[in-house]
Design a protein around this ligand. Structure first.
Ligand code: CUA
Length: 158
């Protein structure tokens, strides 16, 4: 088969573009595979109060899951809903939290629970609470004038 010079160029250009295209899609696929499903959980920060489970902040007993309780927390300047969390000792608990406005922290003093709550993202942490007592939940991300006053209480009871 005889090809004119310009036809060869077009053929090379076509093959070249195909290779570039394949490389880009391949790289994109590689990139996506690094993300875990958890880090992908997003939410519209303006509609937090309307979206489950955040439409019902609080402590919920659950059945048929790997944990016994779900603690749903909504943070906003400068408070947590709920302001008091009460759970029986030795329960396996999943904390599910988000922010309605700016970045807040969710650190429970004297425990290993420490999450960053970003607007638009859902933060989750599952743990077993095995120490009885009252624990202070504090915001450890500077969020404005009321930052130092932003706290809640975790009560681990019998
Ligand atoms: Cu909320 Cu600092």
């Amino acid at each position: 088969m005889h090809l004119h010079k310009y036809e060869k160029y077009w053929l090379m250009f076509g093959i070249g573009s195909l290779i570039v295209f394949l490389l880009i899609t391949g790289l994109m696929a590689l990139n996506n595979s690094h993300e875990t499903p958890n880090s992908q959980k997003t939410i519209n920060p303006e509609k937090v109060s309307e979206i489950a489970p955040f439409n019902k902040p609080g402590v919920h007993k659950v059945a048929g899951k790997d944990w016994d309780y779900e603690v749903v927390v909504v943070a906003s300047a400068f408070l947590y809903e709920p302001s008091e969390i009460k759970i029986p000792v030795n329960s396996k608990v999943k904390f599910i939290a988000t922010s309605k406005d700016v970045v807040h922290g969710f650190e429970i003093a004297k425990t290993n629970i420490n999450m960053m709550l970003e607007p638009g993202h859902i933060s989750e942490y599952t743990t077993t609470v095995n120490k009885k007592g009252e624990f202070l939940v504090v915001c450890n991300e500077y969020c404005g004038m009321g930052h130092a006053e932003m706290h809640a209480t975790l009560k681990v009871v019998d």
